[in-house]
Design a protein around this ligand. Sequence first.
Ligand SMILES: Cc1cc2nc3c(=O)[nH]c(=O)nc-3n(C[C@H](O)[C@H](O)[C@H](O)COP(=O)(O)OP(=O)(O)OC[C@H]3O[C@@H](n4cnc5c(N)ncnc54)[C@H](O)[C@@H]3O)c2cc1C
Length: 467
Amino acid sequence: MSSPTPEFLSRLVSIVGAEGHSTDPEVLAPHLVEWRGRWRGNTPILLLPKTTDEVSRIVAACHDAGVGIVPQGGNTGLQGGQIPGAHGNEVLLTLSRMNRVRSVDPIDNSMVVEAGMTLLAVQQAAAEHDRLFPLSLGAEGTCQIGGNLATNAGGIHVVRYGNARSLVLGLEVVLPDGRVWDGLRALRKDNTGIDLKNLFVGSEGTLGIITAAVLKLFPRHRQVSTVFAAVPSIEAAVALLGHTQHRVEDAVLAFELLPHSALELVTRHIPGTVNPLGEVSPFYVLFDLTAPRALAESVIESALENGIVTDATIADSPSKGQALWRIRESLPDAQKNEGASIKHDVSVAVSRIPAYVAEAEKQIRALIPDCRPVTFGHLGDGNLHLCVSRPVAMRDADFLAMRDPVNHIVHDLAHEAGGSISAEHGIGIGKREEIRRYKSAVELELNTRIKQALDPRGIMNPGKGVG
Ligand SMILES: Cc1cc2nc3c(=O)[nH]c(=O)nc-3n(C[C@H](O)[C@H](O)[C@H](O)COP(=O)(O)OP(=O)(O)OC[C@H]3O[C@@H](n4cnc5c(N)ncnc54)[C@H](O)[C@@H]3O)c2cc1C
């Protein structure tokens, strides 16, 4: 990669104008660090283009000069893919000024949005037309839909609607040579060759910059029942998932597992949170059903009868439902108060989760006695965040020095169980080396060839992702 010269930077400024860039260290600072402080970078300039044409001209200039370019959305990614290199030779580009709804079509149930809209703004725009855009995750007020598509984000509604890939019909992408691919088609069926949009979804900004998308819309839920249930084991939680799906068919909207250690962390550190049940249980399940309360009650009654649930509460108002979800959503913040933790984002088949978690936690405890595993997450998708907080008496640095052996335990076991070492957070910088242990030579070569075909000069988000 070339270093950006003053002349090159002037060329970029002439494309975006005074309002479309910054070199002010105070403005740049929050864009140069991942939110937990795990990765830090540098850049000579932050670019804030307002149109696809400006993005196209910026990328063409980078291509001509051989300068690396890093797309950044809301900077909520958890693998550092959005942070430029520490050497400071890459330009940073965010689409936060490209935040318009281009059109909404309630008959086709689709909307065209610019990639810099926050996920929350996209959800709200859909709601204004009495439609639902179902992607939902803890960072939704900050993350951008472009970042969600670039990471193929998951979130809490995957069990019902699939991940970001399932929610997009078409894309507009600025390619690494500056050309624009206009794939903004709203078709549900289009078998005219390779589905190009799927190359860019999940490619973490390494193949191009997503500037706009056609999203799928759905009918809004008229009724949601939120249930918080105590279960004696992870086996029981898995049984409750099957039990519930059998009774309500596709009305399971979200299905999350929390161990007692998670509830305890949240109630200790997040003001206003309490255990919603009278009893302490080894595990809890928090789930939403798009079904009337009476159906949720009958699901719980039969689960109590056959012993897979020992206690439960059903929220009797939306605000009580939100209070239950706050427990789940504030867990990452609560964990920060407990010192260093080593986090994972694995998936295995739902049926294999109980044995997988038991073995992983057993091996980690043998490696680091007194460490505190907090395994929680999207049980309905077979996707758990196996997080390990440091022993109370251990220094952060000593604990983090064990990251590689802990990762190998968690990832080797997931791989042996036919699972994935990154179910929803991508590869970024954080798993770039680790993924080489698990992807086959054929997969690695295909990734590299696709990267080389689209970005032969290697300017698009250098050093990130698989290829
Ligand atoms: C509290 C919290 C909860 C979270 N919960 C979830 C969850 O449940 N499920 C989940 O999947 N993730 C979750 N995440 C991770 C994160 O929110 C998602 O990965 C999100 O999709 C990232 O979006 P972003 O706009 O912040 O992207 P960024 O972090 O800015 O970027 C992420 C990657 O996408 C690339 N990128 C960004 N915008 C574009 C674009 N327009 N074109 C091309 N490439 C681009 C970047 O280069 C980078 O590689 C959570 C994060 C936090 C902090």
